[in-house]
Write a protein that binds this ligand. Structure first.
Ligand SMILES: [Ca+2]
Ligand SMILES: [Ca+2]
Ligand SMILES: [Ca+2]
Ligand SMILES: [Ca+2]
Length: 368
């Protein structure tokens, strides 16, 4: 357990109402922000924890898995995860497949009524190095438009013009490392969003790191910005500042990603890839794409060891995760491996490349 810090942040952010609610919910094991404050509180109760996340009935049973991520509520409880999200930390790897690092990111799903306190705090499972998060001004809304649907967001009306979202970092744990800050927002014509750094007392140290990153495109946008914490030893707060206009922010993530490939350092460690190289095995498919999208080995150019590289298998429609050379994807009587070697189409029977390779095929495979 971390010790209570006396730098003013926690006592200012974690107000009495939120503390009472959290104590009632018994979230001490799950939420690092609370353990900072009350390290000696009684152990939490599972049913109170489930109620905090809005679970009831069968969904609230220990053996239930309401988010269908392969981890039971009991397992999510003991790991300090969100039992209503298949991906608590928002890194696109499910809680069920992240055996060691299911909480590698600060993930703010802004405006979610379950986790947005009246005083602006966003109370949610965070990595140990995050001390808390909150909004300043603005409002939580549950009807923000996103791709034709409604979703939760933090919103600042054009007439109000200013507001902020702040994430507090424990600099005793994040010392020389920079962090990525990813923001998903609606790019209103009038939005002006900047990123700042402040010290533990909220005093601004860097008032505009990247300039206004809203562009008025009138569409959903997301950006990932490298926050230069290493250059600001006193910085303890990353602040998204709404300078003017209307603002709608859906999510903010803060995470360690040394090579900025989208797979965070913890994810690279778990997958066995190099956190400082975007394409560890040099097969033209990035570590992020291999781990998150294709589920291939980011440290081996030929994940299934069948002699055909992952990139080539994906290009022709074969499965890079198992040896499928003897199978016949397009059902034309010639197996995948042979078609690949012949330069024929593996996935389309009678394709033009099949015809042009026909002579060679006849020569090589007279007995098939
Ligand atoms: Ca689950
Ligand atoms: Ca990375
Ligand atoms: Ca690769
Ligand atoms: Ca292969």
């Amino acid at each position: 357990m971390k010790q209570l810090r006396n730098d003013g942040i926690i006592s200012r952010w974690v107000g009495p109402a939120a503390l009472a609610r959290l104590a009632l919910a018994g979230l001490l094991l799950a939420l690092g922000v609370v353990s900072v404050v009350w390290a000696t509180q009684e152990p939490s109760q599972f049913d109170q924890w489930a109620a905090y996340f809005g679970l009831s009935g069968n969904d609230a049973r220990e053996a239930a898995d309401p988010d269908a991520d392969g981890r039971s509520n009991a397992a999510e409880y003991s790991a300090g995860l969100d039992p209503t999200s298949w991906d608590t930390d928002g890194d696109l790897l499910g809680d069920g497949e992240e055996t060691n690092n299911a909480l590698s990111r600060v993930m703010l799903r802004l405006g979610d009524p379950l986790f947005s306190m009246a005083d602006g705090q966003f109370v949610y499972p965070f990595p140990q190095w995050c001390l808390g998060a909150r909004t300043v001004a603005g409002e939580s809304i549950t009807n923000a438009p996103l791709n034709g649907q409604s979703t939760n967001a933090w919103h600042v009306a054009a007439a109000a013009g200013t507001g902020a979202v702040e994430v507090a970092i424990d600099r005793s744990l994040i010392t020389t490392q920079d962090l990525m800050c990813a923001v998903a927002f609606f790019d209103h014509a009038s939005s002006q969003l900047i990123l700042q750094l402040a010290d533990a007392n909220g005093t601004t140290l860097a008032d505009d790191l990247f300039g206004n990153f809203a562009g008025g495109s009138d569409a959903l946008r997301s950006v990932a910005l490298p926050v230069p914490l290493s250059g600001y030893p006193q910085a303890a707060i990353i602040r998204l500042q709404m300078v003017a206009g209307e603002g709608t922010v859906y999510t903010i993530q803060v995470y360690r990603d040394s090579d900025a490939d989208g797979l965070d350092d913890e994810g690279e460690q778990e997958a066995g890839s190099d956190p400082n190289r975007q394409d560890t095995d040099n097969d033209t498919i990035s570590d992020f794409e291999e781990v998150v999208r294709y589920k291939t080995n980011p440290a081996a150019a030929d994940s299934d060891g069948d002699g055909i590289s992952d990139a080539a298998e994906l290009r022709v429609g074969m499965d890079p995760r198992r040896d499928d050379r003897q199978e016949d994807l397009d059902g034309d009587g010639v197996n995948n491996g042979t078609e690949y070697l012949m330069g024929r189409s593996v996935g389309v029977a009678g394709a033009e490349s099949d015809t042009s390779a026909q002579v060679r095929l006849t020569l090589f495979l007279p007995l098939e």
